[in-house]
Design a protein around this ligand. Structure first.
Ligand code: FUL
Length: 646
């Protein structure tokens, strides 16, 4: 190309000067060299990007770091993953049949019997409602495998279902292929069944399970490893071999993204469906699967849950950055697995839409859990809600009122882009997207609308990233503009939109936590218990002074079928009860233990109301909750709400 240009210039000049003296020849060559060097200089100026990871040399100044951070980009897989926006989690397994959240690993595999399991129904329902991927819990912490693995008999091969001839992974994968939707697997490293858990042998056992899943089922799009690392049957914890695990995935499914304990996708840090308003996909958080993670994250004082993972302040001390986008995993129900009890506690449309705005709208992927029920279908309650949800999203975002909102535009810090609107209809939702294939750059922005012949600020914010959705008070206008007030480099806008989201009339589900009038019962131990924990008052934050049990006396013999426990509201969950015993009594002297050594599984990550149903109803005068341990092993416990169920 450069040669062609030089040749053309020479041709052109020789047309002007017909004499070809030596001097002239010489000057042509000089001009040619000049043009060539100018061209090669400008090609050197081409932007250099760093894919997935960038390391800083020592003593690099902050401006240089910021510039490099702005040129950190996702891998093609990470970019494709982010563009899905919506994926479905399927928690399905032995817990579906025991009504638990964490199985013990001692379950009889025979009980797995989803008589009407219909992979087509599950996949089609999700596909029809806008989900782009299905992620199945191929093995949860109980160790029960949903495919006929050679590694253990604790699998569908020993189940009642299809006389042990079934394979949930195969059926779901086939249905995903049929409906053209991606498929991923959750494989719990923590295994409460495997005898070898806690020994070196377990690492090979785990690799074998992973290998089966990654070789026998065609393309696997995402591999999800939970961070939970509890004790196995022998009371020991496992040292996982992450290097081997990740290299196995790279070898067998090089296109798969690895999530949570993987290094492509980061856990958002909670299970309630809330992303960060300021969300940096280019983060200082070192993925936990790397050996250097512990020390680096400790030095920077960051963890999955940290509010700030990418500010300039953090970059000052960071030694490297990762493109590590966040995935918001949350269940459509209070629990991850199906529980009949929760059929009427499916999140309301309002709750789901809030989650959507705080996940997809905060530049994250929403991984919404919809657990198949005991018959093996997406339950009618969830189906109905999903339909409402997808119709609402479709209706809201169908019509972008901005004229040519989808064009690619660049913008410098301190400048703005003006957009014309197609009509004068009301707006209450704004959408902004950066072209993240060129990095994430906006740090602060505001949006104005031309209202009554004046520019009025209607929204402002910090980061944009892949997508930012903003809910604003309703207005009408003929033009709007986006101003970037702070940026890490020239900004690349790929989309700007203005929409109208219809009001949602249904309210959030009110959760019943107590079915016996609080006038009819009284807490007699500890003596200082706040009444608000059982009469539904909103001031909820009671903490005991020691581990002495919670004892309740009823004013008359009452038939009860269970109890509820809700951790305290707010961020400080210290003292949340984890393991407990539960007793009943007629006189408060002689006690019968009806639940022994039980746990509120996963309460630390998912601090929802726990509903505990007894195997039978008991007519009693007293109940007692004995605390064995709390999530943080404290000598006190805390209660947000406590209730009795009829
Ligand atoms: C957690 C697990 O312990 C839960 O049971 C659930 O699978 C959730 C998605 O991850 O950490």
């Amino acid at each position: 190309m450069i040669n062609t240009i030089y040749y053309n210039i020479k041709q052109y000049l020789s047309k002007i000067f017909t004499t070809s003296s030596l001097l002239l020849q010489f000057s042509f060559i000089c001009i040619g060299i000049l043009v060539m060097s100018l061209l090669s200089c400008s090609s050197k100026k081409e932007v250099e990007y760093y894919e997935k990871n960038v390391k800083f040399t020592q003593n690099l100044d902050i401006e240089k770091k910021i510039d490099m951070a702005s040129r950190l980009v996702p891998t093609p897989q990470q970019l494709d993953w982010q563009r899905m926006e919506l994926a479905a989690f399927l928690h399905f397994g032995i817990n579906t049949f025991t009504d638990r959240e964490w199985g013990t690993g001692t379950e009889d595999p025979k009980i797995f019997d989803p008589k009407s399991f219909d992979a087509d129904q599950c996949v089609k329902t999700l596909k029809d409602n806008g989900f782009k991927m299905i992620l199945l819990t191929a093995k949860h912490h109980d160790g029960f495998c949903l495919w006929p693995t050679k590694t253990t008999s604790h699998s569908v091969a020993s189940a009642q279902w299809k006389n042990g001839k079934g394979d949930v992974v195969r059926e779901l994968k086939d249905a995903c292929d049929k409906y053209n939707i991606r498929f991923g697997v959750y494989l719990s490293p923590w295994d409460r069944h495997a005898k070898c858990y806690g020994t070196l042998e377990y690492n090979s056992f785990f690799i074998e399970q992973l290998t089966e899943l990654l070789t026998n089922y065609g393309e696997i799009y995402e591999v999800w490893f939970d961070g939970a690392n509890g004790e196995g049957p022998n009371g020991k914890k496992q040292q996982y071999d992450w290097e081997l695990i990740l290299s196995t995935i790279r070898k067998l499914q090089p296109k798969a993204v690895t999530a949570i304990m993987g290094d492509d996708v980061r856990w958002v840090g909670n299970e309630s469906g809330i992303g960060r308003e300021t969300e940096w996909n280019a983060t200082v958080l070192t993925p936990a699967c790397y050996q250097r993670a512990t020390i680096q994250n400790k030095n920077l004082g960051v963890k999955d849950e940290s509010e700030d993972l990418g500010s300039r302040k953090l970059l000052e001390h960071a030694t490297e950055l990762f493109w590590y986008p966040s995935e918001v995993d949350v269940s459509i129900r209070p629990g991850w697995f199906y529980h009949k009890e929760e059929d009427h506690k499916v999140k309301s449309l309002k709750e789901l839409i809030d989650i959507y705005f705080k996940s997809v709208g905060y530049s994250s992927l929403l991984l919404l859990n919809i657990p198949p029920d005991t018959s093996g279908l997406i339950n009618k309650h969830d189906q109905d809600r999903l339909k409402e949800f997808s119709e609402y999203i479709e209706e809201t975002f169908r019509n972008n009122k901005i004229n040519k909102g989808e064009q690619q535009l660049t913008l410098k810090e301190g400048s703005y882009i003006e957009y014309l609107l197609k009509d004068n209809s009301p707006i209450n939702t704004i959408l902004i997207q950066e072209d993240i294939s060129k990095g994430q750059r906006i740090e602060e922005f505001f949006v104005e609308a031309y209202i009554n012949k004046k520019w009025v600020k209607v929204a402002n914010g910090t980061t944009i990233g892949y997508k930012r959705l903003l809910r604003v008070p309703e207005f009408t206008s003929s033009k709007m503009r986006l101003t970037v007030t702070k940026a890490r480099n020239t900004v690349n806008i790929s989309n700007f939109g203005a929409f109208y989201a219809p009001p949602i009339t249904t309210e959030a589900n009110t959760k019943v936590f107590n079915e016996i009038d609080s006038k009819d019962w009284q807490i007699i131990n500890p003596v200082n218990v706040s009444k608000s924990i059982y009469d539904g008052q909103s001031v909820i934050d009671w903490k005991s002074i020691d581990l002495s049990p919670l004892v309740i006396s009823l004013s008359k013999p009452t038939e009860i079928s269970g109890f509820t426990y809700t951790p305290v509201a707010g961020d400080n969950k210290s003292g949340t009860i984890f393991r407990y015993n539960f007793y009943i009594s007629n006189d408060g002297i002689e006690w019968q233990k009806i639940i022994g050594e039980e746990e509120f599984s996963n309460i630390e990550n998912n601090p929802n109301t726990q509903y505990v149903r007894f195997k039978e109803k008991y007519k009693i005068n007293f109940v007692k909750l004995e605390i064995i341990s709390t999530i943080d092993n404290k000598e006190y416990y805390s209660i947000g709400k406590f209730g009795l169920l009829l």
